[in-house]
Design a protein around this ligand. Structure first.
Ligand code: NOJ
Length: 747
């Protein structure tokens, strides 16, 4: 380790207590200490070394974008021209590379190793959209905590997660990586994930820095086509798309990542307001911003930057502190400074932010603390992690339909047919962005069912068809199996590479010949349970009209089979609720619950109202929807007052009773509608939810609190504040089945 950095430390401790002004004011003693240490390092750095800290390359591991190198760029590394690697993993590999940085560069500044740890590291949990369907913030946080423990044990300091993009278009493949369509749920899930990754103290060697991405509005890509143009109003940007980012910043997320898209003509990576004004100034964000993969260079094809030099200039002046993979900063920044186009102070500010996080991670004190092969062996696939994988997977499952209580089925059914291309596919169930997840670790539905029933019955398995081709050769075998069975479970859906980055779909029905297979099985007249595994909402109108029981399992991770079997046999009573609307048909997209009313709200019999001739306005399954094996009754919706002052807290309470014969969890949801505003307001906005467990016959009072701040929005003057007037409050089991009450907000 380089002595040069450490001579400063003791003097700093003394001097920082006296420095209360300028950049240090308002900081805690600990923060001041770090600032002084950061400055001491910065003072020693040449311009080249500073720019080096702002440079990140992908190496060795699997590239997660175009044009990655399979080399370490040894010369650059030794010359201090690299501050971070992405995709380099493993306690031993990272130690080797960190040793070079520490011992063979002039200043010995530790590298920060980043990776996309999105829904688990080796122990893979459900895809994030699926986890969001659990509405279980504690367990979502736990998944991120476990992912951090495994990744940190494997040399990783930093994850490019959580992805907090709101999405109203299921064609977009990356809808799978987020928490769905709602900014309120999305914000709480973002907060839970940040807390999970970063833990209580970032210096603990089992925590990693998180990254809120993709800033901003990436989920609003036109037509749901990845990387496509975004053109939304400033109000929608703030009220819908920025909300989870703000929450992540408040939760202390250490880094942000730019998005690839433009917004209203300006690429996010070169946007003059998004980072400098909103993130760094208004929200007071003190961490650093990394570009997305070559998003600096991509400002050239966007038609916003003339060349790499111009792209580098735009990115640095727009607050992008680290260049992922474009090489624009290393190639261009020194000349830009030399020519007086960029002030070196901008570079100092970026480097300060990067070093700050390296200090906060404790890397200057022990650059190798994440490189312990024994810990790596112990933590990867730890039994507790696997147990959680099963627990969160079953809690993510949404029961979409269950006519005549077909589900759950008893374990002593004599013969069960398990059919479909997803029934025994170990790969699909892990989903995209699986970090180091391996399909050999995964338990399929077929295996899960065999494990659940043991010697009790006979399983007949038939694949029936592939996920995505048009052959029907396997249909006959599948139909035969169904005919011989007492009950048929059909597992259909998407492959792992049908959702995720660059995986948008123009048609979101069941791919290939799967619906035809389902129809063929249905014709046998046997009771059919459809299990869907997919990374996005699918259009499943035919299934919904014809198949008695439908389970939405998402892409559930390494314990998929056990989790789904737990639900099928009733060892777990499903409690998931949709975090995103399921459209009837493609032509409805975008369809989301928090839409506006229009001047001509739909009236079925009235021609000149807002509707389609051939399809309904409502989605097939709405936001917040999900069934249970028990039933819940809502009663006695009460407000503490019909009038609310600006300083008051309104209590909204309801009694929820389990009226069925088994214990179950219910997500009680509260929505609000501002009836008249200086700008129009959505017909519903989620403002609270509570997941409760009720024994049969048990009832509980659930109480929500509302303050004026909860009712604030960007009015005609673009000020974020509540406006007095009439509000409706709704409570219920999903965004459609609701009871309502009314109150007035007074000045
Ligand atoms: C591009 C993706 O948009 C981003 O989410 C990811 O973190 C980077 N590639 C790095 O893999």
């Amino acid at each position: 380790m380089k002595k040069v950095i450490f001579i400063f430390i003791t003097t700093l401790i003394v001097s920082c207590t006296t420095m209360e002004t300028g950049r240090y004011s308002g900081l805690t003693l600990e923060e001041k200490l770090i600032e002084k240490r950061v400055d001491s390092v910065l003072n020693l750095m040449t311009l080249t070394e500073k720019i080096g800290q702002m440079n990140q390359y992908s190496t060795w591991g699997e590239p997660t974008g175009p044009g990655a190198e399979e080399s370490l760029r040894m010369e650059d590394l030794k010359a201090g021209k690299i501050g971070s690697f992405i995709n380099l993993t493993g306690a031993e590999n990272t130690r080797i590379v960190q040793e070079i940085a520490m011992n063979e560069t002039r200043l010995g500044i530790p590298l920060i190793f980043g990776l996309d740890v999105i829904h688990g590291y080796r122990t893979i949990f459900p895809v994030p959209l699926g986890e969001a369907a659990s509405w279980d913030l504690e367990r979502i946080e736990k998944s991120a905590r476990i992912a951090a423990i495994e990744a940190a044990a494997s040399g990783i300091h930093w994850t490019f997660a959580p992805m907090v993009d709101i999405c109203r278009d299921p064609r977009w493949g990356r809808i799978m990586e987020g928490a769905g369509e709602d900014p309120f749920l999305g914000s709480l899930v973002a907060e839970a994930r940040v807390k999970g990754f970063q833990g209580e103290n970032l210096e603990d060697p089992n925590t990693i820095a998180a990254c809120a991405k993709h800033y901003a509005a990436y989920g609003a890509a036109e037509g749901g086509r990845d990387y496509n143009t975004v053109d939304i109003s400033e109000r929608t940007l703030h009220e819908i798309y920025l909300k989870p980012f703000k929450k992540a910043a408040e939760a202390g997320v250490r880094t942000f990542m730019n998005s690839f898209n433009e917004i209203g003509g300006i690429p996010a990576t070169g946007h003059p307001e998004l980072v400098p004004e909103i993130l760094k100034k208004d929200w007071g964000f003190r961490g650093f911003v990394v570009s997305d993969w070559n998003s600096i260079g991509e400002m050239i094809p966007h038609g916003y930057a003339r060349d790499m030099a111009h792209a580098a200039e735009l990115a640095i002046t727009s607050g992008t502190d680290m260049d992922m993979q474009a090489g624009c900063y290393t190639r261009e920044l020194d000349t830009l400074v030399m020519n007086g186009i960029i002030d070196e102070k901008l570079i100092d500010e970026a480097v300060r932010r990067i070093l700050r996080i390296k200090f906060q991670l404790g890397l200057f004190d022990d650059p190798f603390k994440y490189c312990d092969p024994d810990r790596e062996k112990e933590m990867i696939l730890h039994p507790d992690h696997i147990e959680h994988a099963r627990d969160i997977a079953r809690r993510s499952i949404v029961l979409l339909k269950n006519d005549n209580g077909l589900l759950p089925i008893s374990k002593d059914k004599k013969t069960i047919a398990v059919i479909g291309p997803l029934a025994d596919d170990q790969d699909a169930i892990l989903g995209e962005w699986r970090a180091k997840g391996l399909s050999e670790d995964a338990i399929t539905l077929k295996r899960g069912i065999i494990q659940a029933i043991g010697e009790n019955g006979t399983i007949l398995y038939a694949k029936g068809c592939e996920i995505d081709d048009d052959s029907d050769e396997g249909f006959a075998g599948a139909v035969n199996a169904a005919r011989l069975a007492d009950v048929v479970i059909v597992a259909l859906g998407e492959s792992a590479l049908m959702s995720g980055e660059a995986l948008s779909r123009g048609n979101i029905g069941l791919p290939g010949n799967q619906e035809e297979l389902l129809k063929a099985i249905h014709r046998t007249g046997k009771p059919v349970i459809l299990v869907l595994m997919n990374g996005r909402p699918l259009t499943i109108q035919w299934a919904s009209e014809n198949i008695p029981s439908i389970i939405e399992a998402w892409l559930p991770g390494i314990r998929a089979g056990n989790a789904i079997a737990d639900v099928i046999f009733g060892d777990y009573n499903p409690s998931g609720k949709l975090p995103v609307s399921f459209p009837y048909v493609m032509g409805q997209i975008p369809v989301y619950y928090n839409h506006k009313n229009t001047g001509r709200p739909m009236q079925p019999e009235q021609r000149y109202t807002s509707k389609y001739l051939d399809i309904p306005n409502e989605p097939l399954y709405p936001f917040g929807y999900g069934l249970s094996y028990t039933t819940f009754e809502y009663s006695e919706l009460k407000l503490s007052s019909e009038i609310m002052g600006m300083e008051d807290e309104l209590s909204v309470s309801v009694i929820v009773k389990n009226t069925g014969d088994r214990a179950g969890e219910e997500v009680v949801q509260m929505y609000v509608r501002d009836m008249v505003g200086s700008v129009t307001r959505p017909v519903l906005e989620l403002k609270g939810f509570s997941k409760i467990l009720l024994e049969p016959g048990q009832e509980k009072e659930v109480e929500f609190k509302l303050t004026a701040a909860d009712l604030a929005f960007y009015g005609a003057d673009m000020q974020f504040k509540p406006e007095p007037g009439t509000f409706k409050v709704f409570v219920g089991t999903n965004s459609v089945d609701l009871s309502e009450a009314e109150f007035a907000l007074k000045e």
